[in-house]
Design a protein around this ligand. Sequence first.
Ligand code: NAI
Length: 445
Amino acid sequence: MKFDYTTAVRTGPGKFIAGKTGLPQPTDLPRFMDRPQPVLGPVLVLGTSQGTEDIANQILAWDGDVRRHGDELDKIGTIVVVLDEITNPTDTGPIIRELPAAFKKIKTGGRVLTISRSATEDDPAVNAARAGVEGFIRTLAKEARHGATANGIVVDDDVEITASSVIGALRFFLTAKSAFISGQTLRVSDDGGGIPALWEQHLAGKNVLVTGAARGIGAAIARTLSRDGAKVIVLDVPGSGSALSELANEIGAIPLQMDITSENAGQRIVDELTKRNIVLDGFVHNAGITRDKYFANMTDDRWDAVIDVNIAAQLRINDVLLTSDRLGDHFRLVSLASTSGVAGNAGQANYAYSKSAVMGMVAALGPILAERGGTANAVAPGFIETEMTGKIPPVQREIFRRSNSLKQGGLPLDVAETVSFLLSLPAGGYVGQTLRVCGQNLVGR
Ligand code: NAI
């Protein structure tokens, strides 16, 4: 039997030993099935701007127990700090005066969220005020306890605080769907495609193709998209046959056995969609492989295989898809990057190259798709509990698992929830970004 620290430390004896010896005791993070409500109350909303009022009203509309002062509260579920009108770093202090006391009272799995403007101003004082928010929220994420997270929404000047893209991000970060995201900022650079008719079935009527869907993160993505109302096409290599068809049966998906590196993969996908009369609303490039070696021992075949599956195949497929008539008006592309691509990782030069390349691909593709009402973004998972990470030697695995602010590995579901969010209508406002799902992994930013 495998030893698993995170599970062991949650048992009675495990808790006792960890308490006595000072070992980390990661909080059991509430997920959406444990906490389906949109906001954890009471909700303290701090700020002095009109934008603050707008955000408070939005949370009230979601039945949030909104308060403008926290001193009379014993516990606080959510803190939202709206800093959209600061023009000098000295403006921030007076707005956050109540925050330290409130931060101490945060509930298990609570949320801290800042909403501010993008640091793209020419005026040095204004830009300094805006840029400061990033260091601030990343620090709160490092100091947060009991599985609480802290993230920021950063809104471009030409986007209203009430835009669907801001409201969609607000909702995502406040729900338990973002359990394993902390210390991150999401830039909103467009209005988004509107508010979904039903938040919890926001992909109803949408067709989404997921590659590498037979197991691990891909299977979790397929299940989550199906839960959220999508019709899913699940693609994996021919060798994954029974796992793929079982999943397809389970969620009523269309299975597609194909190696994405085969030369005509893009055309075969388009032909399949045409044959079934399907127009795609989303495409998730999830299939990925590792062939780890220290770079001094790197072989051509290991390098080439990783580059081919993790990025070159995606580029080839995109080229065919984008010139086909199979993409819907609000088409959303999501690709799986990795924190290894953000910070590098010893033994993974090929993998890190491919995952940085994914971030570069979506940065260029996002604006191209935005011209036709679509978008492209990436998700960079940190340590996620899957077969891929199950192969890491136990001691190393335990170190990776705990090298983040939440002191545990994430679940495939955490990545899947983020992919579903980036496929949503409001996500049209996030263009070419990479959102990390890593519990604020200590590597990289
Ligand atoms: P996994 O190895 O468990 O599953 C990958 C799936 O992709 C498999 O079903 C496999 O058959 C399929 N696949 C591989 N090559 C293919 C090809 N040429 N054509 C079609 N399908 C192919 O991997 P896992 O852990 O679920 O990872 C999914 C994605 O998330 C990958 O892109 C991975 O790089 C990324 N990721 C995973 C992390 C983790 O902690 N597990 C961390 C960071 C990123």
